[in-house]
Design a protein around this ligand. Structure first.
Ligand code: TXA
Ligand code: MG
Length: 350
């Protein structure tokens, strides 16, 4: 299959957008930018179209897809609202990086979207291209992240191209995405309880602030988690090709531990280090060092994480050592993804 790339980094090209929407209406798979990561979209009401997403990604069929809408009016045809908190969350955070799990209406969406569950994850992305494309297609659009299953999510069109060229009909290139980590997934369990199933750009602190009356439960920390409730959380994710280990502790000790590993390596240039601007100078620069930006700017670190993991693949490093961050605010989601990328390999230096 030839994959068309539509260039819209600077502005939306109306004619191209109509073409992309037309492809969606005809059951094809189109990748497009959202404010979190690139999504691989298809008509959520069309079985063949949705199956095509699983095929292109190599995604296990028991992992349900998020359905994206452009207007709140689309919601009532798809899902039921039971609680005021659900409305409040949508009101406060849509469009934005929040996915809400709701009871799905019968016989509207393809059964492959929900992977047999009686709920559906819905979100309204905060990105002009995704909103325009979904509106133009006049369909609810199922869209997981537009990476091959197991690879880091794409934050640039070139990442999508690397993973899916030849497997999908088109890619809308809208430049870099914003948040860089996938949306926060929540479910309202009763009139007073919100459960966060996957941390993301909408932090626990932001939900607390918007819904002070609610009890907010966050799934056990990724470092200690045993049985994830969001089906997608159980798969190996975001993995770079080199073996990634997180080293926690005081920066001086962390750096000297990592430097000793670089010194021991036969080929230091096959060793990667993931760090922050303030710490770059601590490391033996024979290794491949990537900074996520200032340690005080976790928004930037989040937006750069997946690109950094893919860059280590380009460098063909065998081993990657990474620093950790705190887990406040966005730090919680950032560490969640980093721990997954590391396949839970974490060393604590005393
Ligand atoms: O930011 C995002 O959410 C991106 C962009 C493209 O919108 N999409 C995304 O989709 O990350 P995906 O498929 O990579 O992740 C969807 C997550 C998975 O962890 C999945 O298991 C969970 O949402 N999910 C979907 N439907 C669910 C449901 N009914 N109940 C519980 N979890 C669900
Ligand atoms: Mg994904």
């Amino acid at each position: 299959m030839h994959t068309i790339v539509w260039q819209m980094q600077h502005s939306i090209n109306k004619q191209q957008l109509e073409m992309a929407a037309h492809y969606l209406q005809r059951g094809m798979q189109i990748a497009f930018p959202t404010e979190t990561v690139y999504g691989l979209g298809a008509d959520a009401t069309n079985d063949e179209a949705v199956l095509g997403i699983f095929k292109a990604k190599g995604r296990p069929s028991d992992n349900p897809l998020i359905v994206h809408i452009a207007q709140i009016e689309q919601l009532s045809a798809l899902a039921n609202i039971s609680y005021e908190l659900e409305e409040k969350l949508m009101d406060r955070f849509w469009p934005g990086p929040l996915t809400i799990i709701l009871p799905v209406k019968a016989n509207v969406l393809s059964k492959h979207v929900t992977a047999g569950l009686n709920t559906v994850g819905l979100r309204m992305p905060d990105h002009p291209i995704s909103l325009a494309l979904i509106a133009e297609s006049k369909k609810p659009i199922a869209a997981p992240s537009a990476n091959r299953s197991g690879r880091p999510s794409p934050t640039q069109a070139k990442h999508v191209y690397e993973d899916l060229n030849g497997k999908i009909a088109g890619i809308v290139d809208g430049g870099m995405t914003g948040v860089g980590l996938e949306s926060t997934v929540v479910v309202v369990e009763n009139e007073a309880t919100i459960r966060v199933l996957r941390p993301g750009g909408i932090t626990k602190e932001m939900i607390e602030h918007a819904c002070p009356e609610a009890n907010i439960i966050v799934e056990a920390d990724e470092e200690t988690q045993e049985a994830p409730r969001s089906p997608g959380m159980k798969y190996t994710h975001y993995a770079p090709k080199g073996s990634l280990t997180i080293v926690k502790g005081h920066i001086d000790k962390v750096a000297s531990y990592i430097n000793s590993k670089i010194a021991d390596a036969n080929m230091p240039h096959k060793v990667g280090v993931l760090t922050f601007d303030e710490h770059v100078s601590h490391y033996n620069n024979q290794a491949r060092i990537i900074s996520l930006g200032s340690k005080d700017r976790l928004d930037q670190a989040s937006s750069r994480l997946y690109d950094a993991l893919r860059t280590f693949d380009e460098y063909q490093v065998d081993i990657i050592w990474s620093e950790a961050t705190h887990k406040n605010g966005l730090g919680y989601a950032l560490m969640n993804r980093l721990v997954k990328a590391a396949g839970h390999q974490i060393i604590q230096i005393e």
